[in-house]
Design a protein around this ligand. Structure first.
Ligand SMILES: Cc1ncc(COP(=O)(O)O)c(C=O)c1O
Length: 402
């Protein structure tokens, strides 16, 4: 059976060159970079080289990069570290209703600690109204946290403009760029961000390593206390091999970005157009143009996303569903909910996230097997077989479109 991986927003394969570069640090170069002896010295240079590689990709100074274990840790550090450090100044945080749980659940935690959080709504395309953002800022606001790109829809948020607003009101600005770094150009200077988080496993480096950019002079508390690593910003013995892998993955992503973004967007568009021309009653979720080059989120009315994924899986295709099965109850994703996607459509939301290894042949294979699967699942659906059209407004709209 063919194996086709179209779930690169969940994680990516470690690039072979990255793995090669990492291996010596599990073998002969096993030292702890904090040790002053030969074994430590042999690897501390590699950590600093990786720091430079990461810094170059996002246009900051190497000293502004702190290595962490993953995107979730970076987001926790940015938000909790700011909240604690600036508590005297204010207790209000602004974020959006479509953030990753790494941000949303951290904000919810802080609410329990007495902080006030504004969760900005989005429109039906998942976009923010920046006037609402500006209006939410008060003298108490200490942090604005807006993701650069959404993991489910691929929507890109206007980070430069938000950065300018944050600057105007002298409010710190954090962006979760876990889905962005490595896919499109990211420049922390242009974007006016103070804190930015990225994660290795989304860009061809291994799981278990990430980084946070902390603008020079930004006062914030550490999340992990212990040794003096990372200038006291983040304790813990260095994950040297992971850091080396992250550095190389960043360098490769930077070198290939222009070409690979165009190629991947071409494949994504081929997939989108193929689906749209072959299957009626579907809905594109998210903004049609302001989105990552690799992401396509689409709802197939009357179908459970999970059943579609199961059928895909049997054909060797890995994609992802927008609904998460939590404790027995099928809850549509909070992102679909925030966009007011009708519940029938939200349940069928399916995310294809392409990567550098995907080919035209793979897209064509998906296009070949998808329509009959959708048709078969629809025939089994009581909703599809109803004589009456669905009451949901959006479903009626898509019925008319096709
Ligand atoms: C937007 C976004 N933020 C944060 C994370 C968490 O990153 P990690 O898996 O490295 O903890 C993810 C992972 O899917 C993500 O997509």
């Amino acid at each position: 059976m063919k194996h086709i991986y179209m779930d690169n927003n969940a994680t990516t394969a470690v690039r072979p060159e990255v793995l090669e570069a990492m291996l010596p640090f599990y073998r002969e170069q096993f030292g702890n970079p904090s040790s002053v002896h030969w074994a430590g010295r042999a690897v501390s240079g590699a950590v600093e080289k990786a720091r430079e590689q990461v810094a170059t990709l996002i246009n900051c100074a190497p000293a502004e990069i702190v290595f962490v274990s993953c995107g979730s840790e970076g987001d926790n550090m940015a938000i909790k570290g700011t909240a604690e450090a600036l508590r005297e100044k204010g207790n209000h945080i602004i974020t959006t209703s479509v953030e990753h749980p790494a941000v949303l659940n951290t904000c919810e935690y802080l609410e329990k600690q007495g902080f006030r959080v504004t969760y900005l709504p989005v429109d039906k395309d998942g976009m923010l109204d920046l006037k609402e953002l500006e209006a939410a800022i008060t003298a108490e606001t200490i942090l604005i946290s807006v993701m650069w790109a959404n993991n489910e829809t691929g929507n890109l948020y206007p980070i430069e403009e938000i950065g300018a607003i944050a600057r105007k009101y002298k409010v710190r600005f954090h962006t979760d760029a876990v889905q962005t770094v490595g896919k499109i150009p990211v420049d922390v200077q242009k974007a006016n961000v103070d804190l930015l988080v990225l994660s290795g496993h989304k860009l061809g480096a291994p799981k278990g390593v990430g980084a946070i950019y902390i603008r020079r002079g930004t006062r914030m508390n550490a999340l992990i206390h212990g040794g003096h690593q990372e200038r006291n910003r983040r304790a813990g013995t260095y994950n040297v091999a992971g850091i080396v892998g992250l550095g190389l993955a960043c360098e490769l992503a930077g070198a290939e970005m222009a070409e690979s973004a165009v190629r991947i967007a071409g494949l994504r568009d081929r997939l989108q157009e193929g689906i749209m021309s072959a299957i009626p009653e579907i809905k594109l979720n998210g903004h049609p143009t302001r989105r990552l080059p690799n992401t396509l989120n689409i709802s197939f009315a009357y179908i459970e996303g999970e059943s579609l994924l199961l059928n895909f899986d049997m054909k060797g295709i890995a994609a992802s569903s927008g609904s998460a099965c939590t404790s027995g109850s099928l809850e549509p994703s909070h992102v679909m909910g925030a966009m007011c996607v009708d519940v029938v459509l939200a349940h069928s939301s399916t995310r294809f996230s392409l990567g550098r290894d995907n080919t035209e042949e793979e897209v064509d294979y998906v296009l070949e097997i998808l329509p009959p699967i959708v048709q078969r699942l629809r025939e089994m659906s009581p909703l599809y077989n109803r004589k009456e059209p669905l009451s949901c407004e959006e479903c009626q709209v898509i019925r008319k479109v096709h």
